[in-house]
Design a protein around this ligand. Structure first.
Ligand SMILES: CC(C)(COP(=O)(O)OP(=O)(O)OC[C@H]1O[C@@H](n2cnc3c(N)ncnc32)[C@H](O)[C@@H]1OP(=O)(O)O)[C@@H](O)C(=O)NCCC(=O)NCCS
Length: 186
């Protein structure tokens, strides 16, 4: 799938390509990022970056997911990654993201996720977007709350990692909720 770049005031969400291989480990090589996500390992090596970019290309080709890398528009710096896994025959996107530690608290996750939500409903045709934040990860929950996702409460065994079921705070935003909130903000 060749999709255009998604732009926000400060960020561009770009298709992952080989040009990101050198920068990706510096952004994602962090035990806290690995602990709070399902597929990012620690340590995160150049080989992991190569494998991830190949995997993202496959999910795009198979139409099972949509991943973008997050770059700053002013200087092109790679600051993170964001994506959807497709579920329910493409009607639901499960959102996940990670921002490099040195940029935490700058609002980048919220800005990127807001743009991805819009893209998910308008261009990917989702009826609903879901996300899960591990219970030890209030910053991720806060991102979803700022975007007005509805809380589903604690979802037992929402995620599976290393053969272990993990409880998480569940969130959902339906197309109707998103349209209503977009109308209120207009
Ligand atoms: C979660 C993560 C993506 C947030 O990225 P970010 O760019 O710092 O997010 P933002 O700046 O847009 O928003 C973070 C919000 O969480 C808040 N926050 C941060 N730490 C917090 C904590 N311990 N408790 C409560 N809120 C917290 C911030 O204050 C901010 O809210 P505010 O704007 O109301 O002040 C980033 O910390 C990260 O990559 N963590 C590791 C990977 C991960 O957790 N991915 C999510 C998997 S679901």
């Amino acid at each position: 799938m060749n999709a255009p770049e998604i732009l926000t005031p400060r960020l561009q969400l770009c298709e992952p390509t080989a040009r990101h291989i050198a920068q990706l480990p510096a952004v994602l090589n962090d035990p806290e990022i690995a602990a709070n996500t399902l597929t990012i390992p620690h340590p995160y090596t150049r080989d992991d970056a190569i494998a991830a970019i190949k995997r993202f290309a496959t999910t795009h080709a198979d139409d099972t997911g949509f991943v973008r890398f997050i770059e700053r528009r002013d200087d092109g710096t790679l600051v993170g990654s964001i994506g959807f896994a497709f579920h329910d025959d493409g009607a639901r996107g499960e959102l996940g993201y990670a921002i490099g530690r040195q940029w935490w608290g700058a609002g980048y996750a919220t800005e990127a996720a807001g743009a991805m939500v819009t893209y998910g409903f308008l261009s990917l045709g989702f009826e609903r977007i879901t996300a899960h934040a591990m219970l030890r990860n209030p910053a991720s929950s806060r991102v979803l709350q700022k975007l007005e996702f509805e809380s589903l409460g604690v979802v037992c065994g929402a995620c599976r990692k290393n053969d272990e079921d993990i409880d998480a705070d569940g969130y959902i935003l339906t197309r109707e909720q998103w349209q209503e909130r977009s109308r209120e903000q207009a």
